[in-house]
Write a protein that binds this ligand. Structure first.
Ligand code: DX5
Ligand code: ZN
Length: 215
């Protein structure tokens, strides 16, 4: 059985004391640090750029899992790599297959793990060609843009179908709590990105353990 990895999403952290928030989730046993990059074009919100990632890199040893929700991601991947990203996810809605392939090969050469993500409304067929190029797929279970939204159940059959054809890691992102984590893991996901559930918990360590041990 695949190990379940928990990736706290910084979007729900207190940005006024980011270093402290990061140390908190690291000490609480997080496996990855999920960093949501939004450009105000692909999604209706603006968040973090490479300059912040560079400073995050200085305060943690956790692998930085950078989720690019931006148009024209190819233009920015190098800056995020130089900033210290370990994993980079691009949305299939934002790039051609040829563009994705080019970036994926470049990233792999640099030792960066590559992910492809798809929105709730995007069918699995859209990422099929990209699957042999990626280490993981990030299945969106909310429409990207904001933390704290409700899990969209249609993500579950999508994860299930994906698990049948894909051997790599399957991450799920959006609306993860104990209940939805269990459903997503049963469907075949093994990486749980979770923001509000973790950062609003009274005890962050318990929250992380609860979703890691759902099955
Ligand atoms: C949504 C982001 C998610 C988000 C998850 O656009 O990609 O990573 O932070 O937040 P929760 O877990 O609160 O839904
Ligand atoms: Zn995300």
């Amino acid at each position: 059985m695949r190990k379940i990895l928990v990736a706290p999403s910084l979007l729900s952290a207190d940005f006024g004391c980011l270093a402290q928030e990061i140390r908190k989730v690291e000490a609480a046993g997080a496996d990855l640090l999920h960093i949501d990059v939004m450009d105000g074009h692909f999604v209706p919100n603006i968040t973090i750029g490479p300059v912040v990632v560079k400073n995050i890199r200085k305060v943690t040893k956790l692998p930085l899992d950078v989720h690019l929700m931006i148009e024209n991601p190819g233009k920015y991947v190098d800056s995020f790599v130089s900033a210290g990203s370990d994993m980079i996810t691009m949305h299939i809605e934002t790039i051609s297959f040829a563009g994705f392939k080019k970036q994926a090969m470049r990233l792999k050469k640099k030792g960066i793990k590559v992910g492809v993500s798809l929105n709730p409304a995007t069918p699995l067929a859209k990422i099929k060609k990209a699957l042999p190029l990626v280490d993981f797929v990030l299945v969106m279970s909310v429409n990207p843009g904001f933390g704290g939204q409700a899990f969209i159940p249609a993500a579950l059959p999508k994860i299930k179908k994906l698990r049948e054809i894909f051997k790599g890691d399957i991450a799920v992102d959006g609306g993860i709590n104990e209940d939805t984590a269990l459903k997503a893991v049963r469907a075949g996901a093994n990486v749980l990105a979770a923001g509000s559930y973790i950062f609003s918990a009274k005890n962050i360590k318990t929250a992380i353990e609860r979703i890691r041990n759902v099955r």
